[in-house]
Design a protein around this ligand. Structure first.
Ligand SMILES: Nc1ncnc2c1ncn2[C@@H]1O[C@H](COP(=O)(O)OP(=O)(O)O)[C@@H](O)[C@H]1O
Ligand SMILES: [Mg+2]
Length: 188
């Protein structure tokens, strides 16, 4: 989580470079992953790639400004990924496609049951107070960089169980991260 330019995508890419997943699908609405995976605007390509059983690295670009269409495309992508299983899925800017009280059913399924489908999921947002609550609630790791809005700082302080002052103090590319299973905090 973090404001624009704080290093979210940079961090996610560094993790993927280490993990080298065989099956990588990216919700790349902001079109930042062209250097990283093959861009496509076709959900059929994603489906075909995952059905092929081969190595697949696709950056799916919805190419629409219409919010309803954007959400429908995200929902379909999530449905394909959940059904396929065994995928590393990067979902960039979740506040475009979810809200605190609403998320597409297949995204909820990914958040709550994804582990059983062998899904590894990275979600990013500039406005974490505006995203679906189940996502952070089910995360293995929660990481925040600097945040510009008070509601977002408070939301992250609450999730990380730290004082909001520590979140307010973040600057540049600094972060605080919590391993939710072992309750270990790291900062850097
Ligand atoms: N830890 C870091 N050290 C140096 N440069 C960084 C670091 N994190 C990010 N950057 C650079 O800052 C810019 C913005 O980072 P990016 O990850 O795209 O931000 P975000 O996805 O949060 O908007 C990129 O050019 C990236 O290479
Ligand atoms: Mg980014």
């Amino acid at each position: 989580m973090g404001a624009s330019g704080c290093g979210k995508s940079h961090y996610v890419k560094s993790q993927i470079r280490k993990a080298k997943p065989q099956r990588l699908i990216i919700w790349d609405a902001r079109e930042e992953y062209g250097d990283f995976a093959k861009p496509t605007t076709s959900l059929a390509d994603v489906l075909g790639g995952l059905r092929s059983g081969k190595r697949v690295k696709l950056a799916y670009r919805p190419k629409t400004m219409d919010e309803k269409v954007l959400r429908a495309k995200f929902e379909t992508l999530c449905k394909i990924i959940f059904a396929a299983g065994n995928v590393t899925f990067i979902a960039e800017e979740l506040s475009d496609v979810t809200s605190p009280s609403w998320a597409p059913g297949p995204w909820r399924q990914i958040s709550t049951q994804g582990r059983h489908r062998k899904l590894t999921v990275y979600g990013t947002s500039q406005r974490p107070a505006s995203i679906d609550k189940h996502f952070l609630g089910n995360a293995t790791h929660v990481r925040t960089h600097r945040l510009n809005y008070q509601a977002d700082r408070q939301a992250l302080a609450q999730f990380l169980d730290i004082s909001v002052d520590r979140v307010v103090a973040l600057k540049g590319y600094e972060f605080i991260q919590k391993d939710m299973r072992d309750a270990v905090l790291t900062a850097g």
